[in-house]
Design a protein around this ligand. Structure first.
Ligand code: PMP
Length: 429
């Protein structure tokens, strides 16, 4: 190790500027990864229960090989003809409804969402966007205005085009059939119309991951999709976190939620860590966007990115990772329910496939969020070699979202350790 943790922290501040976030009171210096395991600079091993980006496992050999082979053959910008992007988009769109047949490739999820909003403007001639009040959709000047968990304090004055509905919360405000959510969206659409912006789109993560993944029933988005269509707007599903089999029942969470969106955006797991994102939509929407916005992206869809992304899709398919995520996720939830019976502090258990977690409360009656306790648990787990995090409006929900090859044995190690930590950690500091 060339620098101590203290030196790295100081140099991060000096070289990268203040406020670059880290995890844990005692940040981890990771130097190597393999499958679901990570190693720090001192050789300590950690079980990765957090990272969704390496969806087919850290340093997956098939992805590494595809990247190296393509990087050793050709990598260039996207104005030359290359079949890699065509083969990839063909395979990717093959995982969705037939209407979602074309794509624009990007480097990040933020770019993908930025494009999606402009597509909605292009198609509808309107600018009013509706999102949830506990979301995050990226970091461009446009989409950063949608971030509610850590909203920017300055911007380009685009805020008037965004209206927010209360994020669904199955634990505190049950809405079993999605009608309350649909009605709230309808109200915000009417407000956009009244203000003269009109309504362009609803943008949501179909599994509301940043919002704390409420336990919504399959098909739950159908009523809101109807509201959006009736108002002449587009439904944008941000699958940056929820896509690529994460929920263990479908490749895409919108399929689980029973809707065919107009636009699907993606990123994070798409290249297993290689920066690649995309926007999949109908040919008509993409055509209107390309003609109107003259979009060009130097790196988006370059041959190496497409090789990485193709290897991810093939790995998910060949290893049947969606079904695997479903099986292991079910076991994980059983283990979590057993902990709910044992510890009063666990108020609710949620999730599907390999996104699961528990909401921590000081009392089950009032459901007072145990935010500090959750923090202490996460830090204690980190010291025992288990990496995960927290999320949700009150930052009191354990966020467990491992690479998809995560096994039953991995889940048992996670929950055996969590059991020990919950037994030892006092609810009141
Ligand atoms: N959408 C969602 C739902 C996200 O969680 C994120 C990143 N956390 C983004 C978009 C932005 O993706 P990126 O960081 O690749 O720009």
């Amino acid at each position: 190790m060339t620098r101590s943790i203290a030196d790295i922290m100081r140099d991060r501040d000096r070289l990268l500027g203040p406020g670059v976030s880290t995890f844990y009171d005692d940040p981890v210096h990771i130097v190597r990864g393999e499958g679901v395991w990570l190693w720090d600079a001192e050789g300590r091993k950690y079980l990765d229960c957090y990272n969704n980006v390496p969806v087919v496992g850290h340093c997956n050999p098939r992805v590494v090989e595809a990247i190296c082979r393509q990087a050793g053959t050709l990598n260039t910008h996207t104005r030359y003809l290359h079949e890699g992007i065509l083969d990839y988009v063909d395979k990717l769109t093959g995982t969705m409804d037939a209407s979602l047949e074309a794509a624009a490739m990007t480097c990040t999820g933020s770019e993908a969402n930025d494009i999606a909003l402009r597509m909605a403007e292009g198609m509808t001639g309107k600018r009013g966007i509706v999102a949830t009040d506990a979301t995050y959709h990226g970091n461009t000047a446009l989409v950063s205005q949608l971030g509610r968990s850590n909203p920017p304090s300055v911007g380009f004055g685009l805020g008037q085009y965004f209206r927010f509905v209360e994020a669904p919360d199955s634990y505190r405000r049950p809405d079993p059939d999605g009608q309350t959510f649909a009605a709230a969206v309808e109200t915000e659409i009417a407000a956009h119309e009244a203000e003269g912006h009109g309504f362009a789109a609803l943008v949501i993560c179909p599994y509301f991951l940043n919002e704390g993944f409420p336990q919504n029933a399959d098909g739950w988005l159908k009523p809101v999709a109807e509201v959006v269509r009736r108002a002449g707007g587009l439904l944008i599903c941000d699958e940056v976190q929820s896509g690529f089999g994460r929920t263990g029942t479908h490749m895409w969470a919108h399929q689980k939620m029973g809707v065919v969106p107009d636009i699907v955006t993606m990123g994070k797991p798409m290249g297993n860590g290689h920066p690649v994102g995309g926007v999949v939509t109908r040919a008509e929407i993409l055509g209107t966007f390309r003609r109107g916005y003259r979009y060009f992206n130097t790196f988006g869809g370059n041959p190496v990115s497409c090789a990485a992304a193709m290897a991810v899709l093939k790995e998910i398919e060949d290893k049947d990772l969606v079904a695997h995520a479903g099986r292991v996720g079910e076991h994980a939830r059983q283990r979590l329910f057993a902990l709910l019976d044992k510890y009063e502090v666990i108020g609710d258990v949620r999730g599907s496939g390999l996104i699961f977690g528990a909401e921590m409360v000081l009392d089950r009656e009032d459901k007072t969020p145990a935010t500090e306790f959750t923090d202490r648990v996460i830090n204690a787990m980190r010291h025992r070699g288990i990496i995960h995090s927290k999320l949700g409006r009150h930052k009191n929900t354990l966020k467990i979202r491992p690479p998809l090859p995560f096994s039953i044995e991995n889940a048992d190690l996670l929950f055996d350790t969590l059991d020990e930590v919950l037994a030892e950690t006092s609810v009141h500091a």
